[in-house]
Design a binder for this molecule. Structure first.
Ligand SMILES: O=C(O)CCC(=O)C(=O)O
Ligand SMILES: [Fe+2]
Length: 203
């Protein structure tokens, strides 16, 4: 079932930008996949250059696909394991969208985060559509308007949920996962993307 988003808010983030399915995966399936990914994925901590200094990103990640997520990205391009191919098929069947890569982010605890950003896929002429599956600790996913940073929304991303980001969302809105003062356990987020492999070029 799809929930109506931000129903009570006077500043609605239009539903043509987001679809949220809280129980996309069942509880047992979600628990099992979380444990499997925690123990089998070759997690890496990427470096980014900020103000001419190299800093470690405050989370771990891994990229599965057939080519780099973007040119120059240092992450290894990992081959799809069966459990991620199965999840990709399930996400594609649910959304009707084909994806050719998945970025996994591993937030080890409340100190891990991702800073304000928007995402852009590299396939020219296609709107960025990203399907985001969350496992483990529930975290707040914040949005802010690029034009007016005080226009904000927050949605909690539950264990086993699917969030589809679509339309002009990435053009006009940024998102983040903020650090928290409350102690938190592990969370894995999987963002299925189109980066220009054969799957994405079919339509
Ligand atoms: O962890 C999340 O829910 C979002 C991750 C994200 O924004 C990204 O990978 O681009
Ligand atoms: Fe993102």
């Amino acid at each position: 079932m799809q929930l109506k988003l931000f129903e009570d808010s006077p500043l609605m983030l239009p539903e043509d930008l987001l679809e949220y399915y809280p129980a996309f995966l069942g509880r047992d399936e979600s628990d099992q996949l979380l444990q499997q990914l925690l123990s089998t994925v070759p997690w890496q901590q990427s470096k980014v250059t900020m103000y001419e200094k190299e800093v470690l990103t405050p989370r771990l990640s891994a990229w599965f696909g057939s080519e780099p997520i973007r040119s120059g990205d240092q992450r290894a391009v990992l081959p799809w394991p069966p459990e991620l191919l199965a999840l990709k098929a399930k996400v594609e069947a649910h959304t009707g969208i084909s994806f050719d890569g998945v970025l996994l982010n591993y937030y080890r605890d409340n100190n891990d985060s991702v800073a304000w950003h928007s995402d852009k896929d590299t396939v020219p002429g296609l709107k960025t559509e990203i399907a985001s599956v969350s496992l483990g600790e529930e975290r707040n996913f914040d949005f802010r308007s690029k034009d007016n940073h005080r226009r904000r929304y927050t949605i909690k991303l539950e264990h086993g949920s699917l969030l589809l980001m679509k339309g002009d969302l990435q053009k006009y809105w940024e998102h983040r996962i903020a650090k928290s003062v409350k102690p938190m356990k592990a969370r894995i987020n999987l963002t299925f993307r189109k980066v220009g492999g054969t799957a994405a070029l079919q339509y």
